[in-house]
Design a binder for this molecule. Structure first.
Ligand code: SF4
Ligand code: SF4
Length: 178
């Protein structure tokens, strides 16, 4: 009997306390700054994709869940700032352990892990995230919104292509040419 009274006293004490329940999904608790969630593939300011299809992220992935199939850029079909771009870029989220190695391995900051943790799907197939699902939307800029005041869109593309040549094609170490 004494135990029952003790038990009910605990219940009554909590009846008048402020509830700790958080009303998800209406309220989403902020994540810690170093939280690693859903991946995103990024673009340069001129809209070109940062990913050049080098597959370094796939090589670094311990869960073997990244698939990259590159293709060549051409003069009339330029997708990225490099010689190649990722024609197919897939991440199998069912296997990903969110270690962040892909982000660390990427030489162009093309892929990062963001804060989005809502990744549940109804099938394993749906957990294979494709490039259109991962790729950032292009940002449309007017000339007055150019990143550098001297950059027209054409100049900006030239600058990005020049950066790429310095880092990869002419100098794999990424050092400035003499
Ligand atoms: S976070 Fe880790 S496991 Fe997930 S795709 Fe990147 S390297 Fe692979
Ligand atoms: S995300 Fe980075 S490391 Fe992966 S293929 Fe693209 S450029 Fe290479």
């Amino acid at each position: 009997m004494l135990d029952q009274v003790k038990g009910f006293s605990v219940t009554f004490r909590h009846l008048f306390k402020k509830p700790v329940t958080q009303q998800y999904p209406e309220y989403k608790r902020p994540v810690y700054p170093r939280f690693r969630g859903r991946h995103q593939l990024h673009r340069h300011d001129n809209g070109l994709e940062k990913c050049v299809g080098c597959s370094l992220c796939a090589a670094a992935c311990p869960a073997d869940c990244i698939r990259v199939v590159p293709a060549e850029n051409t003069a009339d079909h330029r997708v990225s700032a490099g010689e190649r771009y990722a024609r197919i870029y897939e991440i199998n989220m069912a296997r990903c352990i969110f270690c962040g190695y892909c982000e660390l391995a990427c030489p162009f900051d093309a892929i990062t892990l963001g804060n989005d943790f809502e990744l549940s799907e109804l099938s394993r197939e749906a957990l294979v995230y494709t490039k259109p699902m991962l790729l950032a939307k292009p940002v449309r800029r007017t000339p007055s919104q150019a990143v550098d005041p001297f950059d027209t869109p054409a100049q900006e593309m030239e600058r990005v292509l020049g950066m790429y040549d310095v880092v990869t094609a002419t100098n794999p170490e990424g050092a400035e040419p003499a």
